[in-house]
Design a protein. Structure first.
Length: 202
């Protein structure tokens, strides 16, 4: 066949191959490599798997601690069935929106304040299911203008930072406070195991 020496017992194998595959077989066979269509497909799948493993789905949100020079912070008594209680204002990052612009917009919508120069001070995240990571970008600033007003997200008001932990906080917000107030903590992770959720601060 084609003037080439056939490997033993592969006459029927050749007849099952296309002309292009036959040509590739003889080229690879001269190099001492047996051509295999299934192996080539497997390599493509492995390569695609390595590519996809570098990416994951994420839901991006933000939260901001607004503070003054008198030890006070702006809090929101958030209304929600799944997550309610005293917390800081914040919300979702919209598609193609700057992270900084998103927290400025959310604070304006929920408190009426115009903040300037919010600084990223940490992050909170957890696996939310279906391969999706829920991420909260944590900002803080002491630069603002405007007057507080409530929104449909909940009532907002100033309170003493030192008294905040004794209030009816939203679930896990006490750990988020550690990220906002401790310069040695930048990350708060919640991992779900067989015995429930575990809090990790880094």
């Amino acid at each position: 066949m084609h003037g080439k020496k056939q490997p033993p017992g592969c006459f029927l194998f050749f007849h099952a191959m296309s002309k292009v595959e036959e040509k590739r077989f003889f080229i690879d066979n001269q190099r001492g490599v047996w051509y295999s269509v299934s192996k080539r497909k497997q390599k493509r799948k492995e390569k695609a798997g390595r590519f996809m493993s570098k990416y994951e789905k994420a839901e991006l949100t933000n939260m901001c601690m607004i503070y003054d020079g008198a030890g006070r912070v702006v809090v929101q008594d958030k209304v929600g069935k799944n997550w309610g209680g005293i917390t800081f204002p914040g919300g979702h990052v919209e598609k193609d929106e700057s992270f900084v612009d998103s927290v400025i917009r959310e604070v304006k919508e929920e408190t009426g304040l115009d903040i300037q120069s919010p600084k990223l001070c940490g992050i909170k995240w957890w696996e939310a299911g279906h391969g999706r990571r829920y991420i909260i970008l944590l900002f803080k600033t002491d630069r603002y203008t405007g007057t507080l007003h409530d929104s449909n997200e909940g009532k907002v008001f100033w309170t003493e930072l030192d008294a905040l932990r004794s209030m009816r906080l939203a679930p896990s917000f006490d750990k988020m406070l550690d990220v906002f107030t401790d310069e040695d903590i930048q990350e708060y992770i919640q991992r779900k195991g067989t015995d429930g959720w575990t809090d990790i601060l880094k």
